[in-house]
Design a protein around this ligand. Structure first.
Ligand SMILES: *[C@@H]1O[C@H](CO)[C@@H](O)[C@H](O)[C@H]1NC(C)=O
Ligand SMILES: *[C@@H]1O[C@H](CO)[C@@H](O)[C@H](O)[C@H]1NC(C)=O
Length: 260
C-alpha cells in the first residue's frame, strides 16, 4: 500500500530525509470512502447528529464489503467458529457453530451517537429488526436442566435487537507525521425482544425428542438469550472493532474528524 506523496512532501523529503520519512511509503493515508464523503467537523455543535446522518447512509453500502478499506463482506457475515461454553463438561453446555452465517446486518439502523471528541470516548446505538444465524451446529450437555445432544443445521433468529458499541481511543502519530485512531477499549451491549431457534437432527434425528427439545428451547428463549447473548454480543463487537480498526489504520484522524 502506497501513501500519497505530494510534490511538497517529496520536496521536504529531499531536505529532511530521515528514517521516518523513508517509511512513509508503507503508511497509507486514505480519505474516507467516497460514499461517506468528508468527515464530520470535530467542533461541530451537532457532531452527534452529523455522525448519525453520515453513518446511517453508509451501513447498507459498507456491509457489501470494501477491499480498499480492508472491510470484508458483512452480510452475510461468515463466522468461522462460534462456541458457547457454559459450566463444566458434566453439568454444562457446549455449543459450536462452524462457518456460521449471520444474515441481516444490512438492515441495521443507526439510532444515536454520543461522541466526546475531547475525552476520546464514543457510544453508538443501533437497532435491528431481525438477524439470523445459519450454519452447522453441534451441541452436547445440559440446557436449562435437560440433556441435549445433536449436530446438523441450525437457524437461530433473533428479533428486536438493540445494541450499543462503546469505545475509547487514543491517537498515535505514525512515521508520516499524521495521527491515527487506535481503539484502546471497547464494549458491545446487546439485547433482543425475541428469539426463534430451530436445531435440526437433534438426538441422532429422533424426531419426537428433537421436536420436543425445539419446543422447549423456544418456550425458554429468554433464559437462552441470557446464555447466548454474550456470545452474540462478542460476534457483533468483533465486527465493529475490526471494521473501525481497518478504517482507522488507513484513514488519518484529521480526515475522520476534520477541524474547521
Ligand atoms: C429461519 O427462521 C426464521 C424464523 O423462524 C424464518 O423466518 C426463516 O425463513 C428461517 N430461514 C431459513 C433459511 O431457514
Ligand atoms: C433486555 O430486554 C428485556 C426486555 O425485552 C429486559 O427485560 C432486560 O432487562 C434487558 N436486558 C438488558 C441487559 O438490557
Amino acid at each position: 500500500m502506497l501513501c500519497k506523496i505530494t510534490t511538497l512532501s517529496l520536496f521536504l523529503a529531499y531536505f529532511f530525509y530521515d528514517s521516518k520519512l523513508a517509511k512513509c511509503s508503507k503508511i497509507p493515508a486514505l480519505s474516507l470512502p467516497t460514499y461517506i464523503g468528508k468527515g464530520c467537523l470535530r467542533d461541530d455543535p451537532s457532531l452527534n447528529e452529523c455522525v448519525v446522518r453520515k453513518g446511517s447512509a453508509v451501513i447498507s453500502r459498507i456491509v457489501q464489503g470494501d477491499p480498499k478499506y480492508r472491510i470484508p463482506k458483512l452480510d452475510p457475515l461468515i463466522i468461522p467458529e462460534m462456541t458457547i461454553q457454559q459450566g463444566t463438561k458434566q453439568v454444562g453446555l457446549t455449543m459450536r457453530c462452524k462457518n456460521c452465517e449471520l444474515h441481516g446486518l444490512k438492515n441495521t439502523k443507526f439510532v444515536k451517537a454520543n461522541v466526546d471528541e475531547k475525552k476520546k470516548h464514543v457510544i453508538w446505538n443501533f437497532e435491528l429488526d431481525r438477524c439470523m444465524f445459519l450454519g452447522l451446529y453441534s451441541v452436547e450437555g445440559q440446557v436449562l436442566i435437560l440433556p441435549i445432544k445433536g449436530d446438523g443445521n441450525a437457524n437461530i433468529t433473533v428479533t428486536g435487537v438493540t445494541f450499543s458499541y462503546e469505545y475509547d481511543y487514543k491517537l498515535e502519530k505514525k512515521a508520516n507525521n499524521r495521527d491515527y485512531t487506535v481503539i484502546t477499549k471497547s464494549d458491545l451491549r446487546f439485547n433482543a425482544t425475541g428469539m426463534v431457534l430451530k436445531l435440526e437432527n437433534l438426538f441422532n434425528g429422533d424426531k419426537l425428542l428433537g421436536d420436543n427439545m425445539n419446543l422447549f428451547l423456544n418456550e425458554n428463549w429468554k433464559d437462552l438469550l441470557k446464555e447466548f447473548g454474550p456470545t452474540i454480543g462478542n460476534a457483533l463487537g468483533t465486527v465493529m472493532k475490526n471494521t473501525l480498526g481497518s478504517v482507522s489504520e488507513l484513514v488519518p484522524y484529521d480526515f475522520i474528524f476534520p477541524t474547521s
